[in-house]
Design a protein around this ligand. Structure first.
Ligand code: NDP
Ligand code: BG6
Length: 518
């Protein structure tokens, strides 16, 4: 395990105790010590809310290479002051940091230009070269731009902005295409310009603490290994729920829908980490090799294995909750785009044949939650007159990270009957005062360090689109109407019926007592 991954277990102050040099390999420093981080699309929403705040946190924690410059590039005619004004609200700065913040922004600059215009990128390159040691610097390009300009931007960077002495890495945000064909086209274009080891395709779920923990839980413990298969596991449920709707982003969302937005990437990536075989090592390609193998065993998703929903306003709700998806003025009238989906995928291999991997995701639901739930089979030869419920192992990704096992125990006291209880590893209790880094912090740091383990490789992407493209095309061609569900509900009742039908059992008897509230 590299120092970068180890630091995940440390508190923020401990993380900062790690020497910056310990995070980076010799190779990263051998040619040059200057790094330039170029935010392409610096005026946009992602840059403002995520990229600049993340760079600041890394800088403030002393985790960026010392001699790092940040250069924004976008069409808008802005300056560093404007960038500061629009992003600082997301920085979480304390009074003590004020001076450091000024120093951070002194390392920033901004160039305005057109994405399709080679001359604009030549001007950007001139600017990069004019920075101290700029000609020799390692360069990281973060593409925080809409997919419509990916082709131009990647080509112009390649043609005009590559460092010839330091290394170059390009970070690409989803969506990577809209289906297999468009994704392949984009991949072919990008791979004609860059080597695979220069391309970092971000799926930010791979940067989350508990998603990264899946590998450690599975392969660092003896107790789970023998049970992790079709003989013991009845179903696996991967859940993503958000309690708000499209919040005015309906125009963007409507082009993609919940399958492309969450299921085909975030949930599928988590599924791979649950289902894959043990990799040969924690080397990036060994891990990604195993993920690809899982995907290759997954047949295409079919219509009989999915339930789709679209939220409608709840007349009894407050504020936004009264409005349905179609009430969003940016959503085309009569749109059939799903905002909710529950689907079952199967992994046709020796370990998992017949076990449903149930993916559930939706907007405007009853709570915010992302989790992985493994439901075990019943105890065979039950001697407790059916009182024993199926065990579950739950890895809660957010909010309030936790790992818990739902299990039967003897009801305490003068009883001899089983009762539902849990083994509970709640991070907030076990790791008090530990500040877990944000997913983007980890991932951007990984790019500086050259670790691709938590990034999506092109063959993974191809397989992911293979699984989902036929159903996406069918839904669009046949204009299949999603089922309505009320804003703030659990989604359409048919979703719950479906998961019971394919093999998940909900008893409704488990009651959790939060020890902090006793
Ligand atoms: P539950 O038995 O309440 O739920 C188990 C599963 O059944 C969930 O996937 C849930 O989905 C699903 N479900 C709920 N209602 C229905 C329904 N009507 N039909 C079909 N499926 C349904 O157990 P949980 O593990 O969710 O635990 C209950 C609560 O206790 C949770 O809030 C949990 O976070 C908390 N808890 C917290 C712990 C901790 O902090 N360490 C430890 C143990 C429990 P859905 O997710 O959609 O509700
Ligand atoms: C993004 C989706 O990838 O993930 C958004 O496009 C979604 O629709 C977001 O809201 C959720 O991320 P997180 O980290 O808040 O769970």
């Amino acid at each position: 395990m590299s120092a970068v991954q180890e630091q995940v277990h440390l508190s923020r102050s401990e993380v900062c105790g790690i020497m910056r040099e310990e995070l980076y390999s010799e190779e990263d420093f051998q040619q040059t010590q200057t790094h330039i981080f170029i935010v392409v699309g610096a005026s946009g929403d992602l840059a403002k809310k995520k990229i600049y705040p993340t760079l600041w946190w890394l800088y403030n924690d002393g985790l960026l290479p010392e001699d790092t410059y940040i250069v924004g590039f976008a069409r808008s005619k802005l300056n560093v002051q404007d960038i500061r004004k629009q992003s600082e609200a997301y920085f979480k700065v304390s009074h003590n940091d004020a001076q450091k913040l000024d120093t951070f922004f002194k390392r920033n600059s901004y160039v305005s230009g057109q994405y399709s215009d080679e001359a604009s990128f030549k001007a950007l390159n001139k600017h990069l070269e004019a920075l101290p040691n700029g000609a020799k610097a390692n360069r990281l390009f973060y593409l925080a731009v809409p997919p419509s300009v990916y082709l131009d931007v990647t080509r112009n960077i390649r043609m005009t902005c590559m460092s010839t002495i330091g290394w170059n890495r390009v970070i690409v945000e989803k969506p990577f295409g809209k289906d297999l064909e468009s994704s392949n086209k984009l991949s072919e274009h990008i791979s004609s310009l860059y080597q695979e080891n220069q391309i970092y395709r971000i799926d930010h779920y791979l940067g989350k603490e508990m998603v990264q923990n899946l590998m450690v839980l599975r392969f660092g413990n003896r107790i789970f290994g023998p049970l992790w298969n079709r003989d013991h596991i009845a179903s696996v449920v991967l859940t993503f729920k958000e309690p708000f709707g499209t919040q005015g982003r309906g125009g963007y969302f409507d082009e993609f829908g919940i399958i492309r937005d969450v299921m085909q990437n975030h949930l599928l990536q988590m599924m791979c980490l649950v289902a894959m075989e043990k990799p040969v090592s924690t080397n990036s390609d060994d891990v990604r090799d195993e993920k690809v193998k899982v995907l290759k065993c997954v047949p295409e998703l079919t219509l009989d294995n999915i339930v789709l929903g679209q939220y409608v306003g709840n007349p009894e709700g407050q504020g936004d909750a009264q409005k349905g998806y179609l009430d969003d003025p940016t959503v085309p009238k009569g749109s059939h785009t799903p905002t909710f989906a529950t689907a079952a995928l199967y992994v046709k291999n020796e370990r998992w044949d017949g076990v449903p991997f149930i993916m559930r995701c939706g907007k405007a639901l009853n709570e915010r939650k992302a989790e992985v739930r493994l439901q075990f089979r019943e105890v065979p030869g039950d001697i407790f007159q059916g009182q024993c419920k199926r065990n579950e192992l739950v890895i809660r990704v957010q909010p309030d990270e936790a790992v818990y096992t739902k299990m039967m125990t003897k009801k305490p006291g003068m009883f001899f009957n089983p009762e539902e209880s849990e083994l509970d590893l709640t991070y907030g209790n076990r790791y008090k005062d530990v500040k877990l880094p944000d997913a983007y912090e980890r991932l951007i740091l990984d790019v500086f360090c050259g670790s691709q383990m938590h990034f999506v490789r092109s063959d993974e992407l191809k397989e992911a689109w293979r699984i989902f493209t036929p159903i996406l095309h069918q839904l669009e061609k046949e204009k299949i109407k999603p089922l309505p569900y009320k804003y703030g509900s659990r989604g359409p009742a048919e979703g719950d019926e479906f998961i019971q039908k394919v093999g998940f059992r909900y008893e409704g008897t488990y009651k959790w007592v939060n020890p902090n509230k006793l």
